[in-house]
Design a protein around this ligand. Structure first.
Ligand code: ADP
Length: 580
């Protein structure tokens, strides 16, 4: 079974019925022309006119026209119903599947990837299901029905009517030969132009300031030139054959051929003159599909690619969940010989990490950039599953905890706070839906964001992205309010205050101090002075723990931490701003 059939399987029955109805409608659509042709032949025949037969033909033609209308309308209705059902089904399946892949999968991919599948790909399928399938049926059945009738009238002329179709098809094939790689090249050339535009526009201010305006758009101009050369040479090679493929199937040319050849047959006495009427009416219909082939092939290709991309998304491995979740005893977090390697990478981001985070203590992760601090922090709330060793909360492996228990135990405040397009209150109450307004306000107050929310026109009812916009530091404080309200005993946080202004940073430090009270805290520290008072400082280098202890102990050790400390601003008093 190919991709498209697999993806369309849930609506196969409805689609089959729609195609059958469309085929019936297409045949019925040819019938009025047949009736008119037959009426013409009857009226022009040397025999006396039988008016009963004429009226019967009128009735049949009119009846067939109505039937065609009903059948095609029904077919279109069915495909649109099927399309609606399929879109809902696929979106639910994708959403359901995405809910089960590891949270870390998302950070590794742009939201564009997911939105493309949910929106563009599902929409491409709409075109295939709702329109292309019926179009293709009509495009094949109509000429076939016409051909059957014409062959019954005069098989020689009917055969002749096929000549332009065959010639057109052969020429079209020639025009399309090698189109696959050329289309890929076309796509590459366009991507290069887009990249050139982005580079040009992004860098415009810098480039102007430094007076290098000409070189800035060099890539863009080069990409445009390359595209022009490529496209012109492609066009030069295929223009004549493409034009010829369209010319041979133009209705007037086909009529000329049929009536010319027909006249020869009539003059020779091989066929009556009235036999030309059906060919004048229906001859051009036989070649009509040629004009419609290109766009349909394109739509079919688009639909197939979309189906493949949806299938690929649905094949992303899900994070296994335990059948019956374990019950943690206490909230001590232990990391035992933890190793982790990102999928598709050659080396471990973490290896042999042993740690114990006791309740009510602050553990700070420090180390150079790329040492694995963030990776380690995200493993605790199971953003990814460890590739070696185990992480346990209250003695239970996080992989043995059901998601509810896990997220009731571990909260997190990471750098990129996602706010949903809903009210500020709902955003804070995300971890505890149904929280009372006073509790939300208390959390916001403790997170030092209450005043800022009140300054919004609609306060807590303001909608993020509509009448509420927040800076990086403010978003972080909102996420702290969220964590406070969720009130988990273990909290993992990335103390990134890098983008906050001094005032905001002070507010964030205060908010973090509120968070730390009575919790187990694991902090990714970017500046040492904020964690010098931590119960335990863990130095990570290249994914391994190289030093571990309290600030004084590590200074006395005179190793990596001591050097990092010395390199930092020595005037900062140890212990200041510690989130305690
Ligand atoms: P830190 O937080 O200490 O700066 P990270 O935990 O972000 O370090 O990164 C640790 C290592 O893992 C780095 O070598 C980084 O390049 C790699 N890494 C981080 N995220 C990914 C990812 N999504 N895919 C592959 N490698 C990653």
């Amino acid at each position: 079974m190919n991709t498209v059939t697999r993806v369309l399987a849930p609506v196969r029955g409805t689609l089959a019925a729609a195609v059958a109805l469309q085929a019936l409608g297409s045949v019925a659509g040819v019938a009025p022309f047949v009736a008119v042709a037959e009426i013409g032949r009857a009226l022009l025949a040397p025999e006396p006119v039988a008016s009963d037969r004429i009226w019967l033909l009128v009735g049949l033609g009119a009846g067939a026209a109505v039937l065609a209308l009903i059948a095609t309308t029904l077919a279109t209705t069915l495909t649109h119903l099927a399309d609606n059902r399929l879109q809902l089904l696929l979106r639910r399946r994708i959403a359901g599947h995405l809910a089960r892949v590891s949270p870390g999968w998302f950070s590794a991919r742009s939201s564009g990837h997911v939105s493309k599948a949910l929106q563009d790909d599902v929409h491409s399928l709409h075109y295939l299901v709702g329109h292309t399938l019926l179009d293709v049926t009509a495009v094949l059945v109509t000429p076939l029905a016409a051909l059957v009738y014409l062959a019954a009238v005069d098989w020689r002329l009917a055969l002749l009517a096929l000549v332009p179709l065959v010639a057109g098809a052969l020429l079209f094939r020639k025009a399309m030969s090698g189109a696959g790689p050329l289309m890929a090249e076309y796509g590459r050339a366009q991507t290069e132009i887009n990249a050139g535009i982005v580079e040009f526009v992004d860098g415009i201010a810098v480039v102007k300031t430094f007076g290098r305006g000409r070189s800035a758009h060099r890539r863009f101009v080069a990409a445009c030139d390359a595209f022009h050369d490529f496209f012109a040479s492609w066009q030069r090679r295929t223009t004549s054959v493409t034009t010829a493929s369209q010319l041979v199937v133009t209705p007037s040319l086909v009529l000329l051929l049929l009536l010319g050849a027909g006249t020869v047959l009539v003059v020779a006495g091989w066929t009556p003159a009235t036999a030309l009427i059906p060919f004048a009416l229906l001859g051009p219909a036989i070649v009509a599909p040629m004009g419609a082939v290109g766009p349909r092939i394109q739509a079919l290709r688009g639909g197939t690619a979309a189906a493949a991309s949806i299938e690929a998304l649905l094949a992303e491995p899900v994070q296994p969940q335990p059948a019956v979740g374990g019950e943690p005893e206490g909230t001590t977090v232990t990391l035992h010989d933890v190793a982790f390697r990102y999928p598709g990478t050659e080396s471990d981001a973490l290896a042999g990490v042993d740690l114990e985070l006791r309740p009510g203590t602050v553990t700070a992760l420090v180390g150079p950039s790329g040492a694995g601090k963030t990776t380690l922090a995200t493993l605790v709330p199971r953003f990814h599953d460890v590739t070696g060793g185990a992480i346990r909360i209250g003695g239970v492996d996080v992989r043995e905890l059901d998601a509810r228990t896990l997220y009731r135990s571990v909260g997190f405040v990471f750098q990129d706070t996602t706010l949903l397009r809903t009210s500020v209150a709902d955003n804070i109450a995300l971890g505890r839906p149904g929280a009372a307004r006073e509790e939300i306000v208390d959390a916001a107050r403790a997170a030092r964001i209450h005043e800022r929310i009140l300054a919004l026109g609609r306060g807590y009812d303001a909608v993020v992205g509509e009448d509420a916009e927040f800076s990086g530091g403010e978003r972080q404080r909102l996420s702290i309010a969220r964590a406070l309200l969720a009130d988990t005993p273990v909290l993992v946080l990335d103390e990134a205050t890098a983008f906050a202004d001094p005032e905001s940073e002070a507010a964030i430090c205060d908010a973090l101090s509120e968070l730390a009270v009575g919790r187990t805290l694991l902090v990714v520290a970017h500046r040492l002075h904020t964690v010098a008072g931590a119960d335990e400082i863990v130095v990570l280098e290249s994914g391994r723990v190289t030093e571990q202890g309290r600030h004084d102990e590590l200074l006395a050790l005179g190793g990596r931490y001591a050097r990092m400390w010395a390199a930092q601003d020595g005037t900062v008093l140890a212990g200041q701003g510690v989130p305690r």
